[in-house]
Structure formats: structure tokens, C-alpha cells
Design a protein around this ligand. Structure first.
Ligand code: UD1
Length: 345
């Protein structure tokens, strides 16, 4: 019998790609989203790709009664993948209480409801942001690297959420969890039927690159070229969103079907870093489209360099990022062109 998985934030960027991979792996998917940062039409994209339309409930997870009604309506839910969260770093500095309420109350509601509805597995979407800037000797960063004080309320909510899950499990709650710490998710499904849809001027690199290539933005600014890196620009570990989505399927299998520790942590990245400049150049090579760019001052709060040691995920989850960067960047461009074709952007 198919196992049913609840995907919160399932119409968002990573959530929608994960819903696709879950359905293709044979799971039944129920999506909860409040549509505050995504569109209902994403369900059409998921359906076109997989041939299955996932069940959908428009629910704000801060509303415990409404959330509980979802568990009543779908009593077969066995696992949760919790993506739903506010995620704009800058906005979180302006509106910290909104971020703490959204990202913390939602988690508490879900965790409280799990034992009552016999939901056993919880996959949490965390971030490499918990490591801050690792010491040079700690690069690539492993799951054991020390955490550092968050530089924004958004980052802090990831740290606090990890602690809440840990404390709850250690209190004896009858659930298991896998915490996935993502590096920088990029790209779009190869079909270009789903992808990332940033609100307003993108803060993240790849949407800014594709929008500049499309002529929506005049010029990309690379923030800083005086860092201690080979070309002076920052280094990140850019992970293809479809590869990342597959990591969730592996994690869900493990948490539900295998005898494992009650809480486990995995880095989900490629295991190597690229500079910002390399990303722009590789994009140009992959797409044969010029990106108008210049160097500008450093962005406040930016980390100089980070990339992940993902050996644990490779060995224990049997998962590996496999898509070449050129293909990933080409997928982001294909998605941007689809948005133009559809008159969205
Ligand atoms: C940011 C968040 C991080 C979050 C992640 C989600 C900050 C400080 N961190 O990570 O908490 O989990 O997004 O994806 O915001 N860049 C440019 N020009 C641009 C945009 C970006 O040069 O117009 C550079 C940045 O300086 C950085 C790299 O590109 O070196 C990646 O930036 P971004 O996509 O914003 O991700 P992070 O800063 O790594």
C-alpha cells in the first residue's frame, strides 16, 4: 500500500520539486500551503509532470485547529516533510516577530499533532546557515562542525527549530526525525513546468542572473571581489533542486522504514564550492547568453566561503548530487524562458 506523506510548503520551490519526486517514487502526497509565497497553479505543473494531482489543503500552519483538520481528513499520513517557512533574510531583520511566529509556531503545531495522529517520521528543512562561517580547517563543513550565532532572525529560526525537534525527541516523543541542512538550492525541473518564482527583486544569485540575462534587470552586481578566494568572489555549494528533492525521498524511506537513531542530521550539497564569478561564467557557457555584470561592494552579512562535506548523506542515505553544474544552470534558464513565454515575467 502507498505511504502517505504530508508536504508543508508543497507549492513552494523546493516543496514542489520534492512532491514530484515523492509521487514518482510511489508515495501518496498531501500538500499544505497558505499560498503566501506560491501559486495554486504549481499543482498543475506537478500533475503534468507526474500524471497525478496531489491532494491540496490551503492552511496556515499557525492555525492549529485548521492543521489538525488535515490530519483528521487524511488519517493515513505517516510522514511529514516540513518546508513551510518564511525565508527572506532581509525581511526577517525588518519583521523578526513575524518570522519567529511563522517559523516556530508552525513547527510546534505539527510536532504536537504527530503522536495524536500516529505520524512517525519528520523531515526538517534546515540550512547550512547554522554553521555560519566555518573556520578554514573545517572546510568542507561536516555535520559535526560547531554552530555559530545566526546573523539574521531567519537563520536563527532554523537553529531554534533544530533545537525544538531535538528536545521534543529527547523528551520521549514517539517520533523520529531527519534534519537536512541544505547548501544553496538552484535550478528548476528539466520540464520547466515548475521552478523558482521569486517575489519582486530577487535577493538570491541565480534568479538575479537569469532575470539579468532576460533583460528584466539591467545589471548583476557581484558582491565583493576582495575575498580570500581564488578569484576574490564568495564561494558556495550550489545544489540542484531536483537532486535535493531526491534526498528527501531517501530520507523519508530511512526515517519510516529503517531502524535508525531517532534524530539524524545530514548535509545536502554537492561537496564542492564554486565562486560567484564561476557561476556567472558557467551560466554564460551553458546558455550562450551574455550576462551584464559588474563588481560592487561586499554585501553585509555575507559569508566568505562555505561548501559541504556530504559523505554522510552519500554513505548513509545512499544519495549523491549528480547533475553537472552546466545542466543545472541551463535548467534555470529554461525556466526563466518559460516564465517569459507564459507572460509571467
Ligand atoms: C542566502 C541566505 C541564507 C539562505 C539562502 C537560501 C544571506 C546572507 N543568506 O544564502 O541564509 O539559506 O540564501 O537560498 O542572505 N550574490 C551576488 N549578487 C547578487 C546576489 C548574490 O554577488 O545579486 C552572491 C552573494 O554574495 C553570495 C552568492 O551570490 O556570495 C549566493 O548568494 P545568495 O543566493 O543570496 O545565497 P546565500 O547568501 O549563500
Amino acid at each position: 500500500m502507498k505511504q502517505t506523506i504530508l508536504v508543508t510548503g508543497g507549492t513552494g520551490f523546493i516543496g514542489s520539486h520534492t512532491a514530484v519526486e515523492l509521487i514518482e517514487a510511489g508515495y501518496e502526497v498531501v500538500i499544505i500551503d497558505d499560498l503566501s509565497n506560491s501559486k495554486l497553479e504549481v499543482l498543475d505543473g506537478i500533475e503534468q509532470i507526474t500524471g497525478t494531482r496531489p491532494a491540496f489543503e490551503k492552511v496556515d500552519l499557525r492555525d492549529k485547529t485548521a492543521t489538525e483538520n488535515v490530519f483528521k481528513k487524511y488519517p493515513k499520513i505517516e510522514g511529514i516533510i516540513h518546508f513551510a517557512a518564511s525565508k527572506a533574510v532581509g525581511e526577517s531583520v525588518q519583521k523578526p516577530l513575524l518570522y519567529y511566529r511563522n517559523n516556530i509556531v508552525s513547527l510546534i503545531n505539527l510536532l504536537e499533532l504527530m503522536p495524536k495522529y500516529n505520524v512517525k517520521g519528520f523531515i526538517f528543512s534546515s540550512s547550512c546557515t547554522v554553521y555560519g562561517q566555518p573556520k578554514p580547517e573545517n572546510l568542507p563543513v561536516t555535520e559535526e562542525a560547531p554552530h555559530q550565532k545566526a546573523t539574521s532572525p531567519y537563520g536563527n529560526t532554523k537553529e531554534i527549530n533544530e533545537q525544538i525537534i531535538y528536545d521534543y525527541i529527547h523528551s520521549g516523543a514517539d517520533i523520529k526525525s531527519i534534519v537536512l541542512r541544505y547548501f544553496n538550492p538552484i535550478g528548476a525541473h528539466p520540464s520547466a513546468l515548475i521552478g523558482e518564482l521569486p517575489n519582486g527583486v530577487p535577493a538570491n544569485l541565480i534568479p538575479f542572473v537569469t532575470q539579468t540575462a532576460m533583460g528584466i534587470r539591467k545589471e548583476l552586481t557581484i558582491f565583493g571581489n576582495d575575498y580570500n578566494t581564488p578569484d576574490g568572489t564568495c564561494i558556495r555549494d550550489y545544489i540542484y533542486v531536483v537532486d535535493l528533492a531526491k534526498a528527501h525521498v531517501a530520507a523519508m524511506r530511512r526515517v519510516l522504514d529503517e531502524k535508525t537513531d531517532r534524530i539524524e542530521y545530514f548535509n545536502i550539497g554537492t561537496g564542492h564550492g564554486n565562486t560567484t564569478k564561476e557561476i556567472v561564467e558557467t551560466f554564460e557557457e551553458a546558455t550562450r547568453v551574455k550576462v551584464n555584470w559588474k563588481y560592487g561592494p561586499r554585501r553585509e552579512g555575507d559569508i566568505e566561503k562555505i561548501w559541504g562535506d556530504c559523505t554522510k548523506a552519500n554513505n548513509v542515505l545512499g544519495w549523491k548530487a549528480e547533475t553537472p553544474l552546466k545542466d543545472v544552470l541551463a535548467s534555470a534558464w529554461k525556466w526563466q524562458k518559460k516564465l517569459r513565454e507564459d507572460g509571467i515575467m
